[in-house]
Design a protein around this ligand. Structure first.
Ligand code: G6P
Ligand code: MG
Length: 216
């Protein structure tokens, strides 16, 4: 029986992926890396800022010190935050609010489990925050997905056993993380069919068998 649903944020509730890509692309160009593409960007889904930076740097051929890398990550985050300035409810993905309302009406607790350190800002700017019971984000954890820490923290904050939670994710690392601690998993997004989740749907606006999932 599912008592709580823990949503990943980027690519599940909101469409920020394009903004992440733009900000990384700006940094890549400044570093003389012109081979960073949308395909590479897919590998950044669900992983931390520093790990995402490594994806960009792997497309160039220079070595950098830890200090330089930290400056690059900060620079990218400043570009990203500038782009987030424009963010409003239009960034909410189709079906997300309806889904949150439906779950709430059934007494299901709602959590967010995102490795983004910008998650609180994004939830606030898009107006999603009032639907969320507890937020677990990059500020609460030291290990990024596929480590399950972010979902463990979410379940603990919600006061739920791991196996009574469903994780909704658009990344493979996120599905792996949820399964690791025996949470049920629902894969969404463009790659939903390849995520090997317990359940799959193109997005939250799809015809999802919530009754079956929640009662299972
Ligand atoms: C999400 C995105 C990743 C990003 C990570 C950290 O999981 O899918 O692409 O690297 O958050 O985001 P942040 O906002 O902390 O840089
Ligand atoms: Mg995601």
């Amino acid at each position: 029986m599912i008592h709580g649903v823990i949503f990943d944020l980027d690519g599940v509730l909101v469409s920020t992926d394009e903004l992440h890509f733009k900000a990384w692309k700006m940094l890549a160009e400044e570093l003389g890396i012109d081979r960073f593409t949308k395909e590479d960007n897919k590998k950044q889904k669900g992983v931390s800022r520093m790990e995402s930076l490594e994806v960009v740097l792997s497309k160039g051929n220079k070595k950098y010190t830890q200090e330089e890398k930290e400056e690059f990550a900060e620079r990218k985050n400043n570009y990203y935050k500038e782009l987030l300035g424009e963010l409003d409810e239009q960034a909410i993905l189709p079906g997300a609010v309806e889904c949150l309302k439906m779950l709430k009406s059934k007494g299901i607790l709602i959590g967010v489990g995102s490795v983004s350190r910008n998650a609180p800002l994004i939830l606030e700017k898009t107006g999603i925050l009032p639907y969320i019971d507890k937020v677990s984000c990059g500020l609460d954890i030291t290990r990024s997905k596929p480590d399950p820490e972010v979902f463990e923290v979410a379940a603990n904050k919600l006061g739920l056993n791991f196996e009574d939670c469903l994780v909704v994710e658009d990344s493979l690392v996120g599905i792996v993380a949820g399964k690791e601690i025996h949470m049920k998993t629902l894969g969404v997004g463009p790659e939903h069919a390849q995520l090997r989740a317990d359940y799959a749907a193109p997005g939250l606006a799809a015809d999802i068998d919530w009754k079956g999932i929640l009662g299972a």
